[in-house]
Design a protein around this ligand. Structure first.
Ligand code: HEC
Ligand code: HEC
Ligand code: HEC
Ligand code: HEC
Ligand code: HEC
Ligand code: HEC
Length: 283
């Protein structure tokens, strides 16, 4: 490298460093201490930042954090990166940061809910797992917007009403709306659902489902049992028959497969979820 280039580099570096410290001195200095309460970065402290979001009714906006910790959350002038702990590509904006499983980015719905509950009886948890992730249930899994209002989440999650105190906004998608009955699916204040196609608000000719009203946070494990949506259950919730009202014959659960062989087997297990609770009659 020529001497003149080296001199230039030294000169420019000096100029830049003086320039920067002048900028820092003359304009608002970046805060270095006391910005946050003690323990803001310490998971064992009651001041840990995760609680602060809740205690402030979710009025904290991640955009505010970016003003000091930089748009890429790498720390900026604070030197405190968020990404060391928030390791998903979206950093703290990952969908499992505030709800869902912090250790598993595939699970963004509760459990865990916004207040750290993970039991089914908690309103924020309820039957999410059964609907969204369970591979042993009687249907395929459903996306968030079959039950939640899509507009709320919007394009920019973090300046939108999405980050607001619970309860979450409910609005059923097309799937829950019965095609054959003039009723509207609803999520009620007692945490039951009514008039959903999925739970039996259907009519195929003379054949009718039960339009069952499942309780969202029931712990009996029987709200999705055979005979609830169509057919009959007894007072304890045990199966009498899955044969819907208006269906010809006296078929038992073992016999459905005679005609609906692509849907159920001879033990009454659903063998093709794409054909069960899919808004059409399958055989
Ligand atoms: C006004 C600038 C500023 C804003 C706004 C800001 N921070 Fe900070 N933050 C800092 C500074 C400076 C530090 C370094 C430690 C200190 O001074 O408290 C820091 C440290 C932290 C730490 C500790 C990191 C560690 O490893 O211990 C966490 C966690 C944190 N901030 C989270 C947040 C969150 C979450 C928000 C948004 C709600 C936010 N900060 C908004 C300036 C800011
Ligand atoms: C020392 C590690 C660490 C640092 C640094 C850190 N976080 Fe966190 N953050 C966590 C942990 C752990 C959780 C809680 C996860 C859980 O329990 O679900 C969390 C939770 C959160 C939450 C969710 C709040 C809630 O109610 O669950 C937000 C939002 C958040 N962090 C933003 C930030 C931002 C923004 C920064 C950087 C400015 C940052 N965090 C830096 C570890 C950290
Ligand atoms: C900073 C915390 C935070 C992050 C990160 C976050 N959410 Fe949320 N989310 C919330 C809160 C708080 C609610 C409850 C909102 C309410 O009052 O309706 C919520 C509710 C929801 C709901 C229920 C519908 C609603 O708006 O009430 C969906 C769906 C959802 N979030 C999806 C996402 C997705 C997808 C992502 C990632 C792109 C994400 N969330 C990231 C805090 C967060
Ligand atoms: C089968 C319907 C259904 C589906 C599908 C569903 N949710 Fe929910 N969700 C609910 C119900 C019901 C509530 C409770 C509403 C209330 O408290 O009033 C809720 C509440 C929530 C809450 C608030 C939790 C709290 O602590 O209060 C979040 C966050 C949420 N859902 C996220 C999601 C995300 C993300 C998805 C998709 C991955 C999803 N949900 C899919 C029905 C559903
Ligand atoms: C959560 C509600 C629900 C539960 C629980 C349920 N079904 Fe269904 N089932 C439906 C709906 C809705 C239909 C209407 C047709 C469709 O959409 O597939 C249906 C249709 C059927 C059919 C007709 C074939 C078809 O899919 O078109 C058979 C057979 C059947 N169910 C058997 C069962 C058996 C056996 C069980 C218990 C293991 C069961 N169902 C549990 C909602 C349910
Ligand atoms: C002998 C043949 C046969 C058997 C056995 C049978 N079904 Fe059906 N099922 C039909 C036919 C045919 C239709 C269509 C009738 C119509 O559209 O009016 C039908 C329609 C239905 C429907 C409404 C539309 C659809 O397919 O979803 C349900 C639900 C249903 N059956 C459930 C059952 C269940 C549960 C059993 C076992 C208890 C069963 N069926 C046993 C022939 C049968």
């Amino acid at each position: 490298m020529k001497l003149v280039s080296i001199i230039w580099i030294v000169f420019i570096s000096l100029f830049l460093s003086i320039g920067c410290s002048e900028v820092n001195d003359n304009i608002v200095p970046p805060p270095t201490i006391g910005v946050h309460p003690e323990g803001f970065g310490d998971a064992s402290s009651p001041n840990f930042h995760k609680f602060v979001f809740r205690e402030n009714d979710w009025s904290f906006n991640l955009r505010e954090c970016q003003q000091c910790h930089a748009a890429d959350y790498k720390g900026g002038t604070t030197g405190q990166s968020c990404l060391g702990c928030h390791t998903e590509p979206a950093g703290p904006e990952a969908c499992n940061t505030c709800h869902g499983d912090f250790a598993n980015p595939e699970h963004i719905a509760p459990p865990v809910d916004l207040e750290d509950n993970s039991e089914v009886s908690a309103r924020g948890v309820g039957a999410h797992f059964t609907h969204v992730y369970d591979t042993t249930s009687v249907s395929v899994n459903y996306g968030c917007f079959e039950c939640h209002k899509k507009e709320t989440v919007g394009n920019d999650l973090f300046v939108h009403e999405h980050i607001a105190p619970p309860p979450a906004k409910m609005e059923f998608g097309e799937f829950a709306h019965p095609d054959s009955l003039d009723v509207t699916p609803e999520f009620n204040s007692d945490l039951t659902c009514t008039n959903t196609y999925c739970h039996g608000a259907f009519k195929f000719g003379d054949i009718q489902g039960n339009s069952y009203n499942p309780l969202w946070n029931s712990t009996t494990g029987k709200e999705g049992a055979c005979g609830t949506c169509h057919g009959e259950i007894d007072a304890e919730g045990n199966l009498v028959t899955p044969r819907p009202t208006g269906h010809s014959g006296t078929w038992t659960i073992e016999q459905c497969t005679f005609c609906h062989s692509t849907v159920v087997d001879a033990e009454g297990n659903i063998i093709d979820k794409l054909k069960h609770i899919n808004k059409q009659a399958d055989f």
